[in-house]
Write a protein that binds this ligand. Sequence first.
Ligand code: AMP
Length: 412
Amino acid sequence: MSFKDLQLNRPLLRAIAESGYNEPTLVQEKTIPFVLEGRDVITSAQTGTGKTAAFALPILQLFFDNQDAPKRGKKIKALIISPTRELAIQIEDNFKKYSKYTNLRSTVIFGGASIEPQIEVLKKGVDILIATPGRLLDLHKQDIVNLDFVETLVLDEADLMLDMGFIDDVKKIERLCPDEKQVLLFSATMPFKVEQLANTILKNPERIEVSPTSSAAKSVSQLLFYVPKPKKIELCLHLLRNTIKGNMLIFRRTKYGVEKLEQTLLKNGYKVESFHGDKTQSDRQAALNQFKNGEANILIATDVAARGIDIDDLDAVINFDIPNIPETYVHRIGRTGRAGKSGMSYSFCSADEKTYIKSIQQLIQKEIAIEEEHPYLLDPKAKPEVHKKQGGSKHKKGRKSEASKKKKKRWY
Ligand code: AMP
């Protein structure tokens, strides 16, 4: 199938050709016709499948014919909600690229950055607004954003949005838009809470699923290292010295883990950047830029922070911690071995993570090859390490101190 077959107009086809795309990806082929028909759509597809263009292109096509000529009279007709700032910026880049030969204007608003320049652009009038939930509600409250004319609402990375605690904001935003509108929901995974949200705000949606999340990329060679937990850092250094070369993404479960590993690798002279939910917007952008332009070849991230970030050309993915959700493993390793290239994944499994490996192997329906040629082998009989608290707590289990309740920091 070609883009022409998808009934896209010439200005869009020209921009698509300039982007170097020869044919639509599967998610585009399946999603675009329904969006053009005005249907509500639920698409489960992860980043890297071309899902942004799957909603951006038909939205531009739909609004191309009824665009408001004068800039100042423009009303927001399409609203795209994204959970993270980086993803919002990426979506805006896509819209700008594809709308190059149209009069449709788009802009992006997100927290953690100065509000005035965003207000300036909004006042000039836009057709398409890409926003993170908090900043959108803030600007709506200030009467800078008017959502009364929204015809298409897109919820991107819905599962991540809910993981990050945006459910109430999303529901509120949906209610601020007119009742009669098209809703498109994109999500890498479809957990129950996403289904619940979809049931409340979508009308008779068309469901599209692209590449079931159990199909681990065939072009990725996967290796499994059994290693005692305290020796993971040594194993990582050993592999970096001897085996793993090129651009790599190292996943850790928590931001504390990310920071600890980053410090160790920096001390050992590696060019490292890191990415987690507590970093400021400019720090995250700087880390990403350093990695993308080659000044650092190692990026350490949490799953939540790394989701949705379009990083191509990875030579390797290291699962420093094994994810407890099997689909997460598939998403992680899917970041290497793209576009016909071969990729490598290295997973470090300690005694307490063996059950996770079991569920991962069930999901991908194959045994991951075990690498035994390394100096930090785990004793096969080793029991999971139990961290015992010194002295015990005088409080009952589960009770939190006032200080810790106040210090409600992000873990991702
Ligand atoms: P996404 O899943 O939207 O993050 O897109 C992943 C990458 O695929 C982006 O770098 C896009 O520019 C690229 N892309 C999107 N559509 C196509 C296409 N039809 N052909 C080739 N590349 C594409």
